[in-house]
Design a protein around this ligand. Structure first.
Ligand code: PLP
Length: 392
């Protein structure tokens, strides 16, 4: 059987692969600490689980509308108004099987072969692969630690061409933890104002901001609202990664196009999972405040320990749950040619799973997820420290 060229040329998600490898080692009885995961370490709030099972018991187990359960779309509408100051009609909202699937639908619906999509690096692994699947061309806008890995109009201007159709902007960012300020978003909005470029604003880590505040790009101006599709979901906000519920808000024509695609792909997102998401959005907001405080404490601890490691430099992340330190010099001083080799060695020798920056198009760094409890993080950082000490 010949597998298609499309799939042959597709890269596997390195973050998923490393997480699977760590899981496998653990099943084999090895005490692996995984700092490679992109999900909160605790389970979904009990009231969310209870509500979903109650709804299932009451027979809410049938197909529902392709673009999303009306009750959940209404909660999204209220949330966007309350938290982001954005008014969307119900036909401007679409629910998909996680933000990941919503993004896939968008690239499929918006790109013709050869259309360019600007993706700032370091980037979340799936953007570029999904663009390629849709026969688009990912164009990398290179950012550096000098701007805290944030895109500026100057960097953007270097890569925009007449073929640019989409810009992907992710704030709070995976893998860097950077959060765009109002001024930074304003500057990008000014640059984009007279351009025919659709922005996909991936705001999946919205609730995990520790310094400053999350501002939705779409809320900057009427033009930005028209030209932006906001992506969000419950995976990271309510520890609901396995339920697979994410959504998009934006132009009704685009929403209608991705709904048409969805009707041939998935029909609709799992009905009980959408009820679970309804409950998540109805929950008392103190949950989110406590959640945020917990991650802020973890961020502070992880960051402090990271910058104490020899030759490591790291921007202090303002959001999400990752550190993205520059590790090249440390890796080299420890006798490794690349950060990839360092990451492989520490997994096999000290059983700590990290993700090499190459997975994000940024090979001199690595990503550490601090979505783990304090003891686990401390133990991992001790292993990292002693590994480096032994090798230096
Ligand atoms: N966008 C970013 C930046 C992510 O890091 C992730 C998950 O890791 C997603 C989207 C996908 O989220 P979901 O679980 O809703 O598909």
């Amino acid at each position: 059987m010949q597998i298609s060229k499309r799939i042959k040329s597709l890269s596997r998600s390195q973050t998923v692969e490393i997480t699977n490898l760590a899981r496998q080692l653990r099943q084999d009885g090895i005490d692996v600490i995984s700092l490679s995961v992109g999900e909160p370490d605790f389970t979904t709030p009990k009231e969310v689980i209870d509500y979903a099972s109650l709804m299932a018991e009451q027979g809410k187990t049938k197909y529902v509308a392709t673009d999303g359960l009306p009750e959940f779309k209404q909660r999204i509408q209220e949330k966007m108004k309350r938290d982001n100051g954005l008014d969307y009609e119900l036909n401007e909202i679409f629910v998909g099987a996680g933000a990941k699937q919503v993004l896939y639908n968008l690239f499929m619906a918006l790109l013709d072969p050869g259309d360019e999509v600007v993706v700032p690096d370091p980037y979340w692994v799936s953007y570029t692969e999904q663009v390629k699947l849709a026969e688009g061309v990912p164009v990398i806008a290179h950012t550096t630690a000098d701007t805290a890995y944030k895109l500026t109009p100057e960097i953007l201007d270097e890569v925009v061409t007449e073929k640019t159709k989409i810009l992907v902007l992710n704030s709070p960012n995976n893998p860097t933890g950077s959060v765009y300020t109002l001024e930074e978003l304003q500057a990008l909005a000014d640059y984009l104002d007279d351009k025919d470029i659709m922005v996909i604003a991936d705001e999946i880590y919205e609730v995990l901001v520790y310094d400053g505040e999350h501002i939705s790009l779409a809320s900057i101006s009427e033009t930005m609202k028209k030209n932006t599709i906001v992506i969000n979901g419950v995976s990271k906000s309510h520890a609901m990664t396995g339920w697979r519920v994410g959504y998009a808000c934006g132009d009704s024509e685009v929403i209608s196009a991705i709904t048409k695609l969805q009707s041939q792909l998935v029909s609709n997102v799992s009905t009980p999972a959408q009820y679970a998401a309804v409950r998540a959005y109805d929950m008392d907001h103190t949950f989110l405040e406590e959640y945020n405080q917990l991650f802020k404490k973890r961020r502070d601890n992880a960051y402090q320990k990271m910058v104490e490691l020899p030759y490591v430099t790291c921007i202090k992340p303002e959001g999400a749950f990752y550190l993205f330190p520059y590790f090249k010099e440390t890796a080299e001083k420890c006798g490794f040619n690349t950060v990839d080799d360092f990451v492989k060695a520490i997994l096999s020798e000290k059983h700590v799973a990290l993700v090499p920056g190459s997975a994000f198009g940024y090979p001199d760094n690595l990503r550490l997820s601090y979505a783990v409890d304090e003891d686990t993080l401390n133990e991992a950082m001790d292993r990292l420290k002693s590994f480096i000490k032994e090798k230096l």
